[in-house]
Each structure stands twice: as structure tokens, then as C-alpha cells.
Ligand binder design. Structure first.
Ligand code: AMP
Length: 281
């Protein structure tokens, strides 16, 4: 496994592989790796000759400075894990490598970034688009792997790739959960023991809502989900929306012939967790 920090080094290694017509899979991450990230790596390893993972805590996507400061950083353990999972190249750039000058690009995603995460985290998706476009430009992979855990992010990246006509396949990967159902997240390690225990109510409620969806309207179900989670003194729902899986427009009836996804964000103390679930009625 080669670990490189400069775009030039990355380019010269990748040129070697591309000269040999090897296919390249790419997994962008912010580090503090867990089994969710590793599932993306495994998908990439299956599909490609070479897997590149980037580790970069991208400042432009953090609308909350404290969240950026507190974001877990575990580079040594991350590298060990990636080596064990047969990653070929790890790209660990510095901030000045990725942003030699401020990135003033403003992306236009129509309605996609106006709801849910976009509405609650102003500028977040613009920062995501900035870094993902730079990384895709640097790696030029055949395929790039993203988790469905960040459902809205995935929709936005697909749109970015369409808009910019980038020659890359975007491969969605399913949510990986802890044994008790909590969606794996780098931020989970920041939860205090009691918060961690209570946080299981998020996925439990989403799973229960699958059954209730047969009896309740979308509006009733939304109210039930929010109330059920807010029963815990540790949890505060920011939003729960049921949307279609491509345009992310709100669904008002189960009869709408669209793939439906319930997306949620919950504050657990100062930590913000997201999750989602598909309703296949
Ligand atoms: P992050 O390091 O949080 O930016 O995540 C890097 C990639 O891993 C993103 O595509 C995430 O959607 C994905 N990811 C994070 N957590 C999970 C999970 N629990 N299951 C599947 N993919 C995940």
C-alpha cells in the first residue's frame, strides 16, 4: 500500500497503473474509518484492479466550526485497517494541497440541496461538491463508491457527475449498521455511553415505521417517527422527511409510483446523526 500526500505523487503512481490499463476504483472518506467505509473498499476491490482511498477532513463542507474541530482523526489506525483490506493507494492531502487558493465555485443543484441536510447545513453540499469534484479530477477513477447512509449526498454527487459530464460510474453501497441497528458513523465515537445507548432508538424507530407504514398515512407516519424519537430526553429530531429516491421531493401519499425513502437527522447532545430507510410498499 502506498501512502501519498501530494497531487503530483498521486498522479505519477496512477499514470503507471493507467498505462497498464488497470481499472481504478475510488473511495473518498474523511477518515476515522469503520466497517461502513470498509464495505465501500470491498466493493471497489471486487470491481477494480486498483483501489484508491482518500482521507481528508474537508473544511469547506463543515458549516459548524466546532464540528470540524471535534471531528475524530485516527490516521494511524485508518492506515492499518486499509492495509489489511488490500487498498493500493491512500491519498492523505493537506488542506493547502487541495485548496492552494480559496475555492469560490458555487454549484447549482436546483431543489436537490434545498431540503433536509441542505436546509439545515447551509453551504454543506457546495463544500462536498468542491472537494468531490477536485478528488475525481485528481484520481480520474473508472468507478467511485459512496454510501447510501448519506442519501442526499449520493443524489447530489450523481447530479454533479451528470452536470460536469465526468467519466466515472457512481456506485451506491448499502448502509452498514452496528449489531444494535445504529448506522455506523465516524461521529458515533463522540457519543457518551448513555447517548450511545439512546441513539439506537433512531434505527429502531425507522424499522418499526416499516410496519406502521401499512396502516398510517405519510403525514401520520412522519409525526409518529418524530414523536417516538423525541420521547428520549437525549434525542431531538431535526427533520424526518419521506422523499422519492432521485429528486428527493416530498411524498404525500404511499400511492405515488416512486421509490420512497425516509431520511432523518437527529441531534444527540451536540452530535448530529443521520440515517434513512426505504419503504417498499
Ligand atoms: P465520511 O468519511 O463520513 O465522509 O464517509 C465516506 C463514505 O463512507 C461516504 O460515501 C459515506 O456515505 C460512506 N459511509 C459512511 N458511513 C457508512 C455506513 N454506515 N454504511 C455505508 N457507507 C457509509
Amino acid at each position: 500500500m502506498q501512502v501519498v500526500s501530494s497531487l503530483n505523487q498521486l498522479d505519477s503512481i496512477l499514470n503507471g497503473y493507467k498505462g497498464q490499463k488497470r481499472s481504478i476504483g475510488f473511495v473518498p472518506t474523511m477518515g476515522a474509518l469503520h466497517k461502513g467505509h470498509i464495505s465501500l473498499v470491498s466493493c471497489s476491490n471486487c470491481d477494480n484492479d486498483v483501489t484508491v482511498v482518500s482521507i481528508f477532513v474537508n473544511p469547506t463542507q463543515f458549516n459548524d466550526k466546532k464540528d470540524l474541530q471535534n471531528y475524530p482523526r485516527t490516521l494511524e489506525a485508518d492506515l492499518k485497517l486499509l492495509d489489511e483490506h488490500e487498498v493500493d493507494i491512500v491519498f492523505t492531502p493537506t488542506e493547502s494541497e487541495m485548496y492552494p487558493s480559496p475555492d469560490s465555485r458555487v454549484f447549482e443543484f436546483g431543489k436537490l440541496d434545498k431540503t433536509m441536510e441542505g436546509a439545515h447545513r447551509p453551504g454543506h453540499f457546495n463544500g462536498v461538491a468542491q472537494i468531490v469534484s477536485k478528488l475525481l479530477e485528481a484520481v480520474k477513477p473508472d468507478s467511485a463508491y459512496f454510501g447510501e447512509k448519506d442519501f442526499q449526498q449520493l443524489a447530489i454527487i450523481k447530479q454533479l457527475v451528470r452536470q460536469q459530464k465526468l467519466p466515472v460510474r457512481i456506485i451506491p453501497c448499502p448502509i452498514i449498521r452496528e449489531p444494535d441497528g445504529l448506522a455506523m458513523s465516524s461521529r458515533n465515537v463522540l457519543l457518551l455511553p448513555n447517548q450511545r445507548k439512546e441513539a439506537t432508538l433512531i434505527s429502531k424507530t425507522l424499522f418499526e415505521s416499516l410496519n406502521l407504514a401499512k396502516k398510517l398515512s405519510t403525514t401520520e407516519l412522519k409525526t409518529w417517527v418524530v414523536d417516538n424519537i423525541n420521547k428520549s430526553a437525549e434525542l431531538k429530531v431535526e427533520y424526518f422527511e419521506i422523499v422519492d429516491d432521485t429528486e428527493l421531493l416530498p411524498i404525500s401519499s404511499w400511492n405515488e409510483p416512486k421509490e420512497k425513502v425516509g431520511c432523518i437527522a437527529v441531534k444527540v447532545g451536540n452530535i448530529r446523526l443521520i440515517d434513512n430507510i426505504r419503504y417498499n410498499l
